[in-house]
Design a protein around this ligand. Structure first.
Ligand code: R5P
Length: 331
């Protein structure tokens, strides 16, 4: 009896202590790229967003002021570096600089969509590796941990000397879609870079993967030259890390239908940048639905579009960090 009372008191005090740690020792701030997502993350963790003021001067320079102390605290800055990429990137850097100068104990950049991740190698002579440059900038301003989601190229981690965790929304997107997909659906990787992601979906769906051979003609034009695998009379789920102009998807849809796929196509992508023209590119009569997440702020006013929130996943990861636990099961 005495022992169980002691155990009960111990458990109770541990819970309070961990709750206090959660409330007292970390702060989540948001930049201006996706405040709704940050708000949902904070709500899921039962905290309010940190107070700050962010403004742009008439010439475009950003001005940031933290309106509460961060000395000794674990700080999380939620800021996707989506369009306008350069503005959101500089805002994140300035935010981290403010936190470092205000003596934050640690600074985690929560970058659900990591802009410039596609610039991870030199594709020709006399060009930069911009993703590497971004990694350097982030570390120079004092960011000592990066949390991102379905990063375009996992090797990006190699540009950093600080920990980088890339979570995945594949299980969440699959969960959203599973009841609406036909039994015979095959997963399509729109290029070689997405084979791993397509294989993860296929594993969850107990099906196989078809790979498209894509060649990029320019920033807005791609061409699919080969379909590797049999899509004849099969429903297709095309998966990608991002939909930017929608050009990749439009070409993929065309190639699959020409190769005899059933006119029942579903599209799933983590980052719905949906730039001008993307909706037109995806508004094909044989596309049943397009599912993306809210890693970048998104306008849901489009009947075919379904948006799944990445907030629960990111909140889970932050909960793991602040209690020094692993995030392997979220990656
Ligand atoms: C490229 O390798 C990426 O994974 C995407 O397929 C691509 O960036 C999508 O861009 P867009 O929608 O402009 O074709």
């Amino acid at each position: 009896m005495i022992r169980s009372l002691i155990e009960h008191r111990h458990k109770h005090s541990t819970r309070i202590a961990s709750g206090q740690r959660m409330a007292d020792e970390f702060t989540i701030f948001t930049g201006r790229s996706n405040p709704n997502l940050a708000e949902q993350i904070a709500q899921a963790l039962g905290v309010r967003l940190g107070a700050c003021a962010i403004e742009s001067f008439p010439d475009g320079e950003v001005s940031i002021r933290l309106d509460e102390p961060v000395r000794g605290r674990e700080v999380f800055i939620v800021q996707s570096t989506g369009p306008p990429v350069n503005e959101h990137l500089v805002e994140l850097l300035a935010f981290a600089d403010a936190c470092r100068r205000a003596s934050a104990a640690s600074i985690t950049a929560v970058v659900p969509y990591f802009g410039y991740a596609r610039a991870d190698k030199r594709e020709g002579s006399r060009i930069p590796v911009t993703a590497s440059m971004v990694a350097d900038l982030m570390q120079v301003v004092g960011i000592n941990h990066v949390l991102t989601v379905d990063v375009h190229a996992p090797q990006l981690e190699g540009f950093f000397r600080v920990p980088v965790d890339s979570l995945t929304v594949v299980p969440a997107l699959h969960n959203e879609l599973r009841n609406r997909l036909s039994q015979d659906t095959i997963v399509v990787s729109p290029d070689a870079g997405r084979i791993r992601m397509a294989t993860e979906y296929a594993h969850l769906m107990n099906t196989s993967v078809v790979i498209l051979h894509k060649q990029r003609e320019s920033a807005t034009e791609t061409e699919v030259t080969h379909v590797v695998g049999d899509v004849c009379n099969r429903s297709c789920l095309i998966v990608d890390d991002m939909i930017s102009t929608g050009g990749t998807m439009a070409e993929s849809i065309k190639a699959l239908l020409s190769a005899g796929a059933r006119p029942e196509i579903t599209v799933a992508a983590t980052h719905g940048l949906l730039l001008d023209g993307a909706r037109e590119n995806l508004s094909h009569k044989d596309v049943r639905e397009v599912v993306v997440t809210d890693t970048v702020a998104i306008d849901k006013d489009w009947p075919q579009l379904k948006v799944v929130s990445a907030a629960p996943l990111i909140a889970d990861a932050i909960r793991q960090f602040i209690t020094d636990r692993s995030v392997c099961h979220l990656s």
